[in-house]
Write a protein that binds this ligand. Sequence first.
Ligand code: ASP
Length: 362
Amino acid sequence: MARVYVLYTGGTIGCVANAEGALAPVPGAEFERLVLAMPGLSDHGVRGYDGLGWTMGWFDRTLDSSNMTPADWVAIAERLLSIYDQYDGFVVLHGTDSMAYSASALSFLLPGLSKPVVFSGSQVPLSFTLSDAPANLVGAIVAAGTLPVPEVSVYFNTRLLRGNRSSKIDANRFAGFDSPNFPPLATIGSVVARNEPYWLPMPGADVSLAEAENRAKRLAALALLPAALAEFSVVMLWLHPGIRASTVSAMLTGTSPAAKGAVLLAFGEGNGPTDPDFLGALSAGVAAGVVLMDNTQVRRGAVLPGAYATGLGAIGAIGAYDMTPEASYAKLVCLFADGLDATAVKAAMLVPRAGELTVIGA
Ligand code: ASP
């Protein structure tokens, strides 16, 4: 019997229209009633999958994922870890808007993961008839219960994607997610196609969350994070033609609490203006201790540090290679929350923790 725990956090999948016609997610108990009304999912089973059972849990607050914060990521990680030994796999139902950030963060918050954690949601509510929600929900439960992928993934529109490689790429269509720099981990259709060579390996016993001792250590570490998160900022700065030095200064040295990290969404292979004022503002941020990631605003391909004279490596930004901006942001937040200093964070950013990047030339 494979047991799957489904954590409903909110998002479009659980929305109904209010009196004004705007969508808002319903509370957990109401959502569970909706799911139990689906013919194939009543009785907490999945018709056609004998021996697969699901249990639903939720938080007191249901959230549109635009309201998710890093503290919510920690709450999700704590919930999953506290019931880890009772289930074979986990589904996190989540709004699509910030799902790629949360899935990335969970991959960093749960090192040593030995069971699947599958994020999913939908573009159209479950309560609507023409919706992608039933297929995504059932597919996510089946993936979590039958595919032993020891990592955090996103299941959307038939594809299981690595969570920290995923991005929301369409605001409306059912094909809402992609992992442009990494192949799908599996595809679910009339047959299930596993792409096992791309799955992360099972963690060793020294780090595996299958071990009670490691879970206890991780839970103790997670308990410290909400207070730590309140002490710093990480910002994301989308470069644009004509960007002013004062804009850069405001973001790198003008936030409260002070920024410890910044994800620069640079042009192309990691380029930006060579205007001395702009570079001076970035350098002032570096001098103030801000760790700068040189990411690209382009969805596919990699930053190639040093390729161009306009590359941002010269002022000390770290080339992010093919890491998504969402993963870069979540990784910076998680590393600083864990108490690492700037030097340690800089080194850790280029060491893959959960399959989130390929360092070209390494
Ligand atoms: N605004 C919604 C959310 O992210 C969108 C969705 O779930 O598709 O919660």
